[in-house]
Design a protein around this ligand. Structure first.
Ligand code: SPD
Length: 352
């Protein structure tokens, strides 16, 4: 009996040692992405297919992503910056030029969107378009009456209905907040002229009377539970929560909206570039791209994936607005030193 127990114990220990050493030897891919921006099942699937581990961390703004990359000892392989930050990071020598030959599914990308991406990544050298989207307003119909929303204007943020109630939030993102005020005043959101910023400042001072906080993530819980009634929101994030609740609504304001494209980029400092290429190729697969789009509810630049989407999604104008609306939208561009004027205005509003 004792001999039997000893043998069982030995087998168990050998098994544990085997499992332990296997997982220790597994390659690790470090991914840093926006929150709620991938179907978690896909991460597991990739890990299983490639016998690797993905260490996945999230951020809520381009600025926070960049600060962490520049200051932390952690090294990431793949990040998902918006177009303006691709330019900034490329110019700071942080990005690895991509070898397209290693990405066989690259052909699935929509060539028209690759052309647009070339506006922030000349020659499409560093960025693989991941999702594109727009920023609008999410609200809870249980608290916000139709007559407040009816104007469908950015100026709902300043409506007296909300004053003193602490129920309105905006994103913690200078370009989005100042951008919304610029668009409301009829300016391009990249306009940093004295006149444009003075108009934006006046509007923001008005809206700020209603704003409780600048935060890019909490509205996803707080609008459904009624802590917040109205919030500036990314369209896909809003649609993800609306999916579970008929009480919620989302509008793209009549004046137009910010338009952005987020991208997959490899860091120069990546320690596992081969695995990173495999992950990019995995995401660009038509079926994987379709499943990811159905989960995230953002517009996909992957044409092959887009073709597989159900009609309800393809025809959802909050994800894919028509040209008439898109013509009123502005892509967030890198502004060089001029961005400091926008950051300064945003900081002043936040301090108020
Ligand atoms: N949860 C995903 C949010 C993605 C937002 N991306 C772009 C923001 C540009 N200001």
């Amino acid at each position: 009996m004792k001999k039997k127990q000893a043998i069982t114990l030995m087998i168990l220990m050998l098994l544990l040692f085997f499992i332990g050493s296997c997982s220790k030897n597994k390659p690790v891919l470090y991914i840093f992405n926006w929150s709620d921006y991938i179907d978690p099942e896909l991460i597991e699937e990739f890990e299983q297919q490639n016998k690797c581990t993905i260490k996945y961390s999230t951020y809520d703004s381009n600025e926070n992503m960049l600060t962490k990359i520049m200051s932390s000892r952690e090294s990431f392989d793949l990040v998902f910056p918006s177009g303006d930050h691709i330019t900034i990071m490329r110019d700071s020598n942080l990005l690895e030029p991509l070898d397209i030959r290693k990405i066989t599914n690259y052909q699935n990308l929509d060539s028209t969107l690759l052309e647009k991406a070339a506006s922030f990544d000349e020659g499409n050298k560093y960025a693989i378009p991941y999702f594109w989207g727009l920023t609008g307003l999410i609200y809870n119909k249980r608290y916000v009456p139709d007559e407040v929303i009816n104007s469908r204007s950015w100026n709902i943020l300043g409506n007296a209905f909300f004053t003193g109630k602490n129920k309105v939030t905006m994103l913690d993102d200078a370009r989005e907040v100042v951008g919304a005020a610029l668009i409301y005043n009829g300016y391009d959101l990249n306009d940093s002229s004295v006149m444009a910023l003075a108009a934006a400042e006046k509007t923001l001072a008005q809206w700020d009377k209603n704003i409780t906080q600048f935060d890019s993530d909490s509205y996803k819980n707080e609008v459904p539970d009624g802590t917040t009634w109205l919030a500036q929101a990314y369209n896909g994030d809003a649609l993800q929560v609306i999916d579970n609740s008929p009480d919620l609504g989302f509008i793209l304001p009549v004046e137009g909206a910010s338009l952005w494209m987020d991208n997959i980029a490899m860091l120069k400092s990546s320690n596992n570039k081969e695995l990173a290429y495999k992950f990019i190729n995995f995401l660009l697969d038509a079926d994987i791209g379709k499943r990811n789009t159905e989960y995230c509810l953002y517009a996909t630049p992957n044409k092959a994936a887009g073709n597989l989407l159900p009609e309800t999604l393809k025809n959802n104008t909050l994800i894919y607005p028509g040209d008439e609306y898109l013509n009123k939208c502005y892509m967030i561009n890198a502004l060089g030193e001029d961005v400091k004027k926008i950051d300064k205005l945003f900081e002043a509003i936040k301090l108020n």
